[in-house]
Write a protein that binds this ligand. Sequence first.
Ligand code: AGP
Length: 609
Amino acid sequence: MCGIVGYVGRRQAQEILLSGLSKLEYRGYDSAGVAIYHENVLSIEKTLGRLKGLEDRLDGQPVQGTIGIGHTRWATHGKPSTENAHPHTDCSGDFVVVHNGIIENYLALREELEAKGHRFVSETDTEVVSHLVEDLFTGDLFTTVLAVIQKMRGAFALGVLSKREPDKLIAVRSHSPLVIGLGEGENFLASDIPAILPYTRDVLILDEGEMAVLTQDGVQCYDLQGQPHGKDVFTVTWDAVAAEKDGYEHYMLKEIHEQPRAVSDTLRGRITEDGRRVILPELAWTSEEIKQFDRIHIVACGTSYHAGLVGKVVIEQLARIPVDVEIASEYRYRDPIVSDRTLVMVISQSGETADTLAALRNAQERGNKVLAITNVVGSSVAREANDVIITWAGPEISVASTKAYTTQLIALYLFSVYLAQAKGTIQGEALATIVQALLELPQKLSEVLDTAPKIEEIAKAFSSWDDAFFLGRGLDYSVALEGALKYKEISYIHAEAYPSGELKHGTLALIVDDVPVVALLTQDALYEKSISNIKEVKARGAHVVAIAWAGDEETQKSVDRVLYVPKTLSFLAPIVLVVPLQLLAYYASVARGNDVDKPRNLAKSVTVE
Ligand code: AGP
C-alpha cells in the first residue's frame, strides 16, 4: 500500500505534492519522491526513509514547476532504497510514473523490455510501466497508457506525466484506490482524500476500471477501453483527521474493514491463472529441498504466535510435516532440539520484535534455514531471514494487530499448500478445491463485516463485566486465544481463552451467573464435544454467545445468542472466525471509553526485550 499524489494548475507543485504526501504517510513511509516538470525539464527527487528527508532536500533546493506527481512507498517488490523509490522513469527520461499496487506479470514484461534494449535501474514492478509507456508511445500519451494497461495484470493505481505532453496527468485505477480533487484552474490526484482536503472538498472517486486525464482547466474520465463518461462530484464532509481513517473513528476499525482487500492483495500473484495451484515466486525452493525438511519450528510473539498456532494445524494436516510453535522469548533461551533438516519460521508484523529477531539469529547460528513471514519489506527480520513471504496488508497503525493476523494466516495457508504440492500429499481436485476456497475468502470476510452492528450490541453488554472467557477446541481454540488477547489488550477486561475440554479441570470454578462466554464452533469433527462443554458452562449460569457456521440451526438451542460466519473449509475457519472477535474487542474498548488505537502500557512494535 503506497501513497500517490499529483497536481496540475497555476501554483508551484512542490509544496502541494509534499503536503499531500504528508497526509498519506500512513499508507507507507520507507521512501518518497516527486517528479515536477518545468520548461522542458522533468526533475525527479527521491529519498530513502520518511518524507521529512525529501522535504529537507527540497527546502534547500526547491524545484520549479506547476505540474508534478509524488509518491510515498510501502515496499512490496524491491527493498526500500533510493533506486526503488518512486517516481520511476524510462530510458529517455521523458515519462515518469507513480504506482500503488502489485503488477503480477512484471517479471515477464521486464524480460520482454530488456530484450528490446530497455535498461532498468530498480528492482520494482513499477519501473516496468515507465518503460512500457516509452516502448509503446504512439505520439499520444492517453492512447499509449491505454495500450500499456492492457498488457498489465494485477492491482494498480497509476499517475503518469510526460515531457512530451506536459500539460496533463493521466490517472488509472485498477484494484487500487484513486481520487481526483477539483479546483479552480487546478486539479489534484491522490490515493486517498486526506491528501487533497486542504485544497478542495469536491472530488471524483475513480471507480474500478476507470481512467482520467487531468489538465489545469478540467478533468475527463474514461473507461479502460478509452470511452469517455461523466461522473458525479462527491463533496467531502469529513475533517482531515477523520479522512486519514477513511471516515472510521479509529485506525483499528479501518484496518479491520481493510481485511478483504489485504487478504486479496496477499493472495494476488500467488495462485496460478487457472486457479488450481499455489505459486510462491519469492521462494526458489526445489521439491528435493522441501522434502528434506522433517520438522518445522514456528517462532513468534503475541498475535503472530497465535497465527503460528493455526499454521501448525494446517501444515501438519496438508503437508504432514511435524510443527512446533514457540513463544520467541522462551525459544531464544532454550536449547531446542533441531537438526539441519529443521526449518525455522519466524512470524512478525513489524519485523522488528526483539525476541523474534533474536530467535531468528540463534536459529541461523545453529545452521537452520529461516523463513520469515512479515508485513514490512526492509525490516530487520525481512533482511536477515534466508527467505521471506511478505504479507501485503499495508501499514498497520493500530497497536492491536488485525489485518496483519489475517494476512499472516493467508501466508501460512499458501505456504502449507506449497509444501503439500511439492510433497504430493495433496493434488488434483482436492488441491483445486482448497485453492478455490482461498480465492473466496475476501468475499466471505466482507460478509462477516456486515454483521458488525450485532457484534457491537453484544460488546456493549459484555463490557460491563470484568471477566470474559473464550472457548474452543482444535483450531477454534487457537482463534479463541487471539480473541482473548484482542479483547483484553484494548478493553482492559480480563479475558481468558481455554480449550473447551479442559474447563472441568479447574477453570469451571470461575463460571458464575451471567459471566460472558464466547464459544467458537466451526470445527465440525469436534462439534458434539464442544456443545457438551457449552452445556457445562450454561448449567452454571454463563451467558454464552456462540460463533458458528451460517446455516447451523442446532447451536441456538444450547446458547443465548449465535453469531454466524459464512461457511468455508474447516481449516480456513480462523480467517472468518477472528473478525467477530476483533470487532467484539473493538466495541468493548469503545464502550469503556479507552484509547483504542493506543492502549495503555503497549507499543506497536516491541523492539526491546
Ligand atoms: C497484537 O495485537 C499485539 N499488539 C502484539 O501481541 C503483537 O502481535 C506482538 O507484539 C508481535 O508483534 P510483531 O508481529 O510485530 O512481531
